[in-house]
Each structure stands twice: as C-alpha cells, then as structure tokens.
Design a protein around this ligand. Structure first.
Ligand code: FE2
Length: 188
C-alpha cells in the first residue's frame, strides 16, 4: 500500500510538466475525498491518484503500457500497479476496474479535468463552485471536449452512483487544494 511520501519522488522522476503535475494533484485531491466518503484510507487512495499517470509524459502514445516497468523497480506493490493501469480501461488498457478505489480513479480522472477548467473560468475559482455549474459545463460538449463524458458516465455506472454525487466529492476534495491547484480565483 503506497503512501503519498513514497509516490511524490516517483512522480517527480517521471513527470515534470506543470499542467500534468496539477492534474496529478487534482486526482489525488478527489481520491482523498472519495476515500473519506467511503470510510476508506484517504492517504492511500490519494497516493494512487497522484501516481496514476506515471507513464504519460514519457509515453503519451503508449499510456498505461509502461506502468509496470516504471513502478516495479520502485518497489510498488502489484495491486497498486494494477490499480494505476486500470484507470485506462477501455481506451488504453484492458484491465477492468474492480475495487471501489479503481472505479473511482477511472471516473475522476476525466471529471477533475472538467472541474479544473470550469473553476479556471470563474473569478472565485473553485472556492464556491457548485455541482450545478459543473453540470452545465459537463453538458456542453464543446467545453473541454477532450474530457471524455462517456468514460465518466461509465464510471458512475460502475460505482452505481449519481454523476452529481461524484462531482460533489471531486469539488470538495479539490477545494482543499485550491491554492496549489491555482484555483483560488482572480490573482491566485
Ligand atoms: Fe489522468
């Protein structure tokens, strides 16, 4: 079970681009909140979230195919490697999310992107962002078109949760990292 202290230096080795690191942090934040929601371990879920895109900067065209070779030498447990790979299910991996943690990771990966973009457009950032605002942007297919809505819907189905409930979890998690995510609003 990886910790955030262990995940940070591994990510620092393989991810350098600012926007990718912010994405990792956003997913960490959402996963921590999701763990709290389910009464699970926020530190563990957050660490998996932070780590999930480990091979993306080096291998953007072969995403999820290089996770094992990067994480095994770091001593990361097989179940954690599996969880990371499962987030690309159906697109770049055939490892199906099974645990609630894996299903949540699969769902929030794309959803945090929409929330981030929505918050960036507002003068108050994410500080008072509501599910309603995010939902509006979710329905606007041209807005952050690269965030795959079908994947998010599929994830909610796996979780048997309403989209609005998962949005609420993501928003609350990300609000706690508003400053490092650059989502405090004007002037942040
Ligand atoms: Fe991601």
């Amino acid at each position: 079970m990886i910790t955030i202290q262990e995940a940070k230096p591994i990510v620092a080795k393989y991810i350098t681009q600012e926007h990718l690191l912010k994405h990792c942090l956003a997913v960490q934040a959402a996963m921590e909140e999701a763990a709290r929601y389910f009464g699970e371990n926020p530190e563990y879920w957050g660490a998996i979230g932070y780590l999930h895109d480990i091979d993306f900067e080096r291998f953007p065209e072969e995403h999820c195919q290089h996770v094992e070779e990067l994480l095994r030498p770091e001593g990361v447990a097989e179940e954690d490697i599996r969880a990371v790979i499962s987030h690309g299910y159906g697109l770049v991996s055939d490892v199906e999310p099974q645990s609630t943690m894996e299903k949540m990771l699969f769902t929030v990966d794309e959803l945090t992107g929409i929330i981030m973009a929505t918050a960036l457009m507002r003068p108050t950032g994410i500080t008072d962002l509501t599910v309603k605002s995010v939902n509006k942007k979710f329905k606007d297919k041209r807005f952050t078109a690269k965030c795959n809505r079908d994947v998010i819907r599929q994830g909610c189905e796996m979780l048997a949760m309403d989209l609005s409930e998962v949005m609420n979890i993501c928003i609350h998690g990300m609000q706690q990292y508003a400053q490092p995510l650059g989502l405090m609003g004007s002037g942040s």
